[in-house]
Design a protein around this ligand. Structure first.
Ligand SMILES: Nc1ncnc2c1ncn2[C@@H]1O[C@H](COP(=O)(O)OP(=O)(O)OP(=O)(O)O)[C@@H](O)[C@H]1O
Length: 438
């Protein structure tokens, strides 16, 4: 078996280890498109791990297991080298030996009786983790910490805080596999940039990257836009049109705002993800296309699944790997870097030469909550550059409502102490008029 065939055989396999395997579990996993490999004999050695072996395991821990039984299972789970989910009965995990087994060998555990969705979520997440582990055990070509300058060159992103370092590592790992990636994060955090970075660093980099915003296209047109249509398929379909999926053949399709995809369209997309084929609207001819799917949304997709607004089976298909874009307010000094970057980007639009930000402006940038994240920051700096009347941008120029308490207090104290003008007090409090970046 060649490597890619072996990898695809390993995709979506679950090793189900139980002394008494339940049909209900096998049926549930099979219905969710997992291939189930059942093992009842843990005395026998598991198959030697290969690229085609399952990466995820569900292991039912026997009630009142003796230390010998747990010892035998321990040997088995170590040899099988999969990411394990333990299945236990109520109260079973309270026993010291079982608890230790779970802590030492399992990614998660589920207690019976459990909602079916919980089992599928746990298996899906374990699979995502196992895929990431595979990718990270491949030879590393990057040093541990990435400077902002390198991040800009390699990922087209500014930032070097811890959360961004984690993101860069996630992007590198995801880029090495063709598995679907789901990017979550608040609006304006740069999810589209992350999708592009994954594509640009993947073996598909020179092949098409096609993006579609599922929220921006009317429900009635989205399906035709994604899958294409034949001439006369519906009123107004005057000629045949290739859909975005076909346009992205061999490359990457970025489904932005997937959380807003109408339910009817979700079913068609699911079929494509399961079978790799689809039909253009108005045609019965199946078209097979190889496309790597990256999706993103600012909505809480797990909550949408729980509320019945988003199909659970589609969620599991899309969310094999997960990458999170951190909100700007949690990115510390990255905020200053991004503000400086925006200043460089937009300074041509200023009425006169701008030298930089004052200390009180930087403090205000750090204190503000940035609900619209990087997009809001860029807009704020751009607006300020156009409106600013002095060469140094101050907190007042930025017009951010949240005046930082600490700075306000400092200004007040300085003013009381010196009985000087507000400007002098501000200079004493934080060098408000002194440019920090030239
Ligand atoms: N780390 C970053 N470095 C440089 N620019 C960034 C960074 N993060 C975001 N941006 C910029 O912020 C803007 C918003 O980014 P983007 O459209 O990717 O956000 P988003 O998370 O996809 O938003 P939405 O959920 O609203 O679609 C873009 O102009 C993008 O270039």
């Amino acid at each position: 078996m060649n490597t890619s065939a072996a990898q695809s055989a390993a995709e979506r396999q679950v090793l189900y280890v139980s002394g008494n395997p339940a049909n209900r579990i096998v049926e549930l996993l099979t219905a969710a498109a997992w291939q189930v490999v059942v093992a009842t004999d843990t005395e026998a050695a598991p198959d030697t791990p290969t690229k085609a072996a399952p990466r995820v395991g569900l292991i039912e821990l026997p009630q009142d297991a003796t230390p010998e039984q747990l010892g035998a299972l321990q040997k088995y789970v170590r040899r099988a080298k999969v990411t394990w989910i333990a299945l236990v009965q109520p109260g079973q995990a309270d026993g010291a030996a079982t608890r230790q087994f779970i802590v030492d060998h399992c990614y998660d555990f589920i207690t019976s009786p459990y909602p079916e969705q919980s089992l599928l979520f746990a298996i899906g997440h374990a699979y995502g983790l196992a895929t990431l582990r595979d990718a990270s055990s491949a030879p590393q070509d990057e040093p541990r910490r990435i400077s902002s300058r390198r991040a800009q060159g390699q990922f087209d992103m500014i930032g070097e805080c811890d959360a961004m370092q984690e993101l860069y590592r996630g992007i590198q790992k995801c880029a090495r596999t063709p598995a679907p990636v789901f990017i979550c994060g608040e609006s304006g955090t740069g999810k589209e940039l992350a999708a592009r970075a994954i594509h640009n660093r993947s073996p598909r980099a020179r092949l098409p990257y096609v993006a579609i915003n599922c929220a921006a296209i009317p429900t009635t047109l989205l399906q035709a836009e994604l899958f294409g249509h034949e001439r006369g398929a519906f009123t107004g379909a005057l000629q045949q049109k290739i859909g975005r999926i076909e346009s992205a053949a061999h490359g990457t399709l970025f489904l932005d705002e997937i959380g807003d995809m109408p339910y009817s369209c979700q079913a068609v997309l699911l079929r494509f993800l399961q079978e790799g084929t689809f039909e253009r609207l108005g045609s019965n001819t199946p078209i097979k296309v190889d496309v790597r799917i990256i999706s993103a949304t600012h909505v809480d997709l797990e909550a949408a699944v729980a509320q019945g607004k988003f199909r659970a089976d589609l969620y599991h298909r899309l969310c094999v790997l997960k990458v999170t874009k951190p909100p700007l307010r949690e990115r510390g000094t990255d905020i200053e870097m991004l503000a400086q970057h925006a200043l460089t980007l937009y300074k041509k639009e200023a009425q006169h030469k701008i030298r930089g930000f004052s200390a009180d402006a930087l403090a205000a940038l750090r204190q503000y909550d940035w609900p619209g994240n990087v997009r809001e920051l860029f807009n704020c700096i751009r607006r300020t550059l156009v409106m600013a009347e002095n060469p140094v941008i101050t907190a007042a120029d930025l017009g951010l409502n949240a005046m930082p308490d600490s700075l306000g207090d400092a200004l007040h104290v300085a003013h009381v102490q010196t009985h000087a003008s507000a400007t002098t007090a501000a200079q004493g409090a934080g060098n408000a008029k002194k440019p920090v970046h030239a």
